[in-house]
Design a protein around this ligand. Structure first.
Ligand code: TYC
Length: 118
C-alpha cells in the first residue's frame, strides 16, 4: 500500500478580520490626522531699534518684500506688536532664535516671541 500524506484537518473559514493561523491581520483603517498647532511669530516695539533694521529683519527672516516689511514694521511701531509669520512650532521657534541672535549681534534690544494661534 502506498504511504499516504497526512491530511491537514479542514478548518472553518475564519471570520473577516481574524486569522485561523499565526499570521497577523492588518486592518486598513482610514487615518485621520489633525493639522498641527500653528504658532505666530511676533515682534515687539521698542524705542531704540532702528526702523530700517526691523524692516531688514522682516525681509530676511520672514520672506516679505520691502513694502510689506515696511507696513508690518510701522504697524508694530504704532500698535506695539505685530505678526511677522505663522509656522509650525519648531520653525517658529527657530525664527525667534534667528531674530534674537541677529538683534543681539547688531546691538539692538528688539524682542521677538512665538505664541500658539487660536
Ligand atoms: N519704535 C522704533 C523706532 O522708533 C522702531 C521699531 C519698530 C522698533 C518695530 C521695534 O519691532 C519694532 N526706532
Amino acid at each position: 500500500m502506498a504511504t499516504q500524506k497526512p491530511k491537514k484537518p479542514e478548518l472553518p473559514a475564519a471570520p473577516p478580520g481574524t486569522s485561523s493561523d499565526d499570521s497577523m491581520v492588518v486592518e486598513r483603517l482610514t487615518q485621520r490626522v489633525k493639522p498641527p498647532q500653528m504658532y505666530q511669530v511676533v515682534l515687539l516695539n521698542d524705542d531704540f531699534t532702528p526702523m530700517e533694521f526691523v524692516v531688514q529683519v522682516i525681509q530676511e527672516f520672514f520672506g516679505k518684500d520691502r513694502e510689506t516689511a515696511t507696513q508690518i514694521m510701522l504697524k508694530i511701531h504704532l500698535e506695539g506688536k505685530g505678526i511677522c509669520g505663522v509656522y509650525t512650532r519648531d520653525v517658529a521657534h527657530t525664527k525667534v532664535e534667528q531674530v534674537l541672535q541677529a538683534s543681539r549681534h547688531a546691538g539692538h534690544p528688539l524682542q521677538c516671541l512665538s505664541e500658539p494661534v487660536e
